[in-house]
Design a protein around this ligand. Structure first.
Ligand code: IPE
Ligand code: IPE
Ligand code: MG
Length: 247
């Protein structure tokens, strides 16, 4: 689905698994946290790219529900980085009319981070040039479970009829329910997997994988992903367009 006003070859919504920070650091004989810090520049590149190309929504996977399994030192370094990024980046994002939202099970984060996340979201709430969703402590399976839980609660409260639960009704309970699903999913870092990022939402999303490690991602790399996307034929189960049909 394209966001009104964007040409069809430009994805209205891009979702990115920002992977490869650890390997980028290892290649430089540095600790993994060094790679995470370097990855911040690539986040700026991606935001700038979306602003330039008129992409309306950018959804970034910054920390998965499984990333807590990493060594304490790495998780701690990531929390420090989030905190510093929240202080440092929000001014610039706000200046560029970017609206920032945090998506995931936020209750797991220390209060100091949650306050900053809330502050950033509130401060930028009126911006509409680009919506930046930052997924933290997010998991696609968690999202399905929380959607089911909230729907069940509404059934128990008599506000939802069990027999009325279909794909459209259930879709309202998922994170990002207010947005068209991602048109383009990008994973950097060479792995060809979803790693529990958006599951429900990417049923018909175009997938793009690149070996480039996240800290090395720049405008040219993202432009290649968009060029590739522009050549895709999105059929949603229909037969190919007559020109492309062979039999
Ligand atoms: C992605 O990079 C960042 C997070 C998961 C927070 P990784 O840290 O997974 O880097 P690799 O995959 O080990 O290189
Ligand atoms: C996915 O990357 C999570 C983020 C980029 C935030 P991982 O590095 O955690 O995924 P796996 O472990 O390779 O599947
Ligand atoms: Mg990884």
């Amino acid at each position: 689905m394209n966001v009104p006003g964007t040409p069809p070859c430009i994805p209205g919504h891009i979702a990115i698994v920002m992977d490869g920070n650890g390997r980028w650091a290892r290649a430089r004989a540095q600790p993994r946290s060094f790679g995470h810090r370097a990855g911040q520049k690539a986040v700026r590149e991606a935001v700038e790219f979306c602003l330039r190309r008129g992409v309306a929504v950018l959804t970034l996977f910054a920390f998965s529900s499984e990333n807590w399994k990493r060594p304490d030192a790495e998780v701690g370094a990531l929390m420090d980085l989030f905190l510093r990024a929240l202080d440092k980046e929000v001014d610039e994002l706000h200046k560029n009319e970017v609206r920032v939202r945090f998506v995931g099970e936020l209750s797991a984060f220390p209060e100091v981070i949650r306050t900053r996340m809330r502050g950033a979201a509130e401060r930028t709430a009126g911006n509409s040039r680009l919506l930046l969703n930052v997924c933290v402590n997010y998991g696609g399976r968690w999202d399905i479970a929380q959607a089911a839980r909230r729907a069940a609660r509404d059934v128990a409260a008599g506000e939802l009829d069990v027999d009325a639960i279909d794909e459209t009704t259930l879709a309202r309970y998922f994170c990002l329910a207010d947005l068209p699903p991602p048109d383009l999913f990008i994973r950097t870092g060479g792995e060809r997997r979803i790693s529990n990022f958006l599951l429900w939402q990417i049923a018909y999303t175009e997938l793009y994988f690149t070996d480039t490690l996240w800290p090395d991602v720049d405008q040219a790399e993202l432009a290649r992903a968009l060029d590739d996307y522009a050549r895709r034929e999105r059929r949603y189960g229909r037969a190919p367009e007559p020109a492309a049909r062979t039999g």
